[in-house]
Design a binder for this molecule. Structure first.
Ligand SMILES: [Zn+2]
Ligand SMILES: [Zn+2]
Length: 139
């Protein structure tokens, strides 16, 4: 059994979501792919591997995964929604020039940051979207 397969199995168990073949294929694609994918791209990739996978099944799988946090939608600034595996927490950087969306390694904010502004809300998590010019465009 591959390391990826084991960690995906564990993720499904922890999330309490039944790993159907389609959900598995969607999460595996997201976990393997370094970039953030649109629902259309995910559908085409999963459908190429298994032609029985319909658009509706793939979209439903994506929604089920997102519902338990195994997949998540990332900031996409008006374009089509983009998704990624929610297995590893990280922040994002969005380039104003070329629109590329990059992962930034995770770091914690000091405990209690923003507490006064958040009022009575119960916070489950957070992520930061940095904006500016990426290293490529900056050259
Ligand atoms: Zn750029
Ligand atoms: Zn990301």
């Amino acid at each position: 059994m591959s390391v990826l397969r084991e960690s995906l199995d564990a993720a499904f168990r922890t999330a309490g979501l039944r790993p159907t073949a389609q959900r598995y294929a969607v999460l595996e694609f997201l976990a393997r792919r370094p970039r953030h994918a649109t629902a259309e791209e995910i559908f085409h990739a999963v459908n190429r591997a298994d032609p029985r996978a319909s658009r509706a099944t793939v979209y439903n799988s994506l929604r089920a995964l997102a519902g338990v946090g195994l997949a998540r939608e990332v900031a996409s600034e008006g374009g089509a929604a983009r998704f990624e595996a929610g297995l590893q927490p990280h922040h994002h950087f969005l380039c104003d020039q070329c629109g590329s969306l990059e992962d930034v390694p995770w770091f914690e904010l000091p405990a209690g940051t923003g507490a006064a502004s958040l009022g009575g809300r119960a916070i489950r998590g957070y992520e930061i979207v940095f904006r500016g010019t990426c290293a490529n465009c900056e050259k």
